[in-house]
Design a protein around this ligand. Sequence first.
Ligand code: GTQ
Length: 350
Amino acid sequence: MATNQAERETYYAKVGATEELSPLWTTRLVPPLPKDFVKSVPHLWDYDNGVRALLLEAGPLITAAEAQRRVLTLENPGLGGSHRILESLYAGLQLILPGEVAPAHRHSPSALRFIVEGNGAFTAVDGEKSVMKPGDFIITPSMTWHDHGHEGDGPVVWMDGLDIPMVGTFGMMFFENYSGESHPQRRPPGDSRARYGANMRPVNETWDKPESPIFSYPFERSRDALERMRRANEWDPAAGLKLEYIDPTRGRSAMPTISTFLQLMPKGFAGARYRTTENTVYSVVEGTGRVIVGDGGDARVIAWKPRDIFCIPCWVPHRLESDLDATLFSFSDRTAQEKLGLWREDRGNA
Ligand code: GTQ
């Protein structure tokens, strides 16, 4: 205790009363490690035991049109219902039923969709439809008009991933409804993939947007690539075989703020301990396994199975293990961190 503690307290009260100043030396504004700052925790959403039933229960209660988007947001238990799955990322599970339309709108946050179950739904981006099949990955870039529809049978569910917390940090939230229900078709389905998805591009056409010109990355192509790669046997000690979805014109992430990946871990894979500053959300496609988070006495095992979603916050040490061949989709803020010169990883043992 300082000898002049009483005077200090009086001073702090006086500064505090201004409501526009505060003494920096009484805070720990920049703590030594992410764990002293990060509030989100590793967590798993069990799709088949709970989450799916609750989402489907919303079906008869409210239409997609009335809700605009019939979504249950995935709330990190450490972030107090702030619509964040991790400090920098939003995720939700969206339900659409046959015949429904989720009307067209656009906004400054960028969105990705990863299809969890069902067939026959589509997302249209600026008037180009992409059909959705389980495991497909679709982007709706910042300020592009997008609507969702369903022309098949049975419920369709996908995971939404958005950069809402990042965009919110800058304050630059913009949102507009389209004048009609859906944006008129401007290009036939599959047009963007025909133009840019064959390792070729249209001559005399310049692509200068920050995102990929391809809106839809079908599961079978990405999964097949991993299957062929596995024969070379060059596994990453922590991740197995991991491919990033890219903008084919420049070789960088498909979206400017969010990185997206598909990875394969062979049967019995026991990944090396790993930590990274990127905040990551995983969606399990195939296989079962576990992620062991934390070290020593603090270690916790989170078991996963198909359609579960789990998240790993910044700098949390973890190890991935698979029982059967396992395929995981994931998205993270890595590309945003890299652009800001911040991204780090640690492959050393504790
Ligand atoms: O589908 O456009 O989960 O605008 C959150 C905000 C989905 C969407 C979300 C959105 C959307």
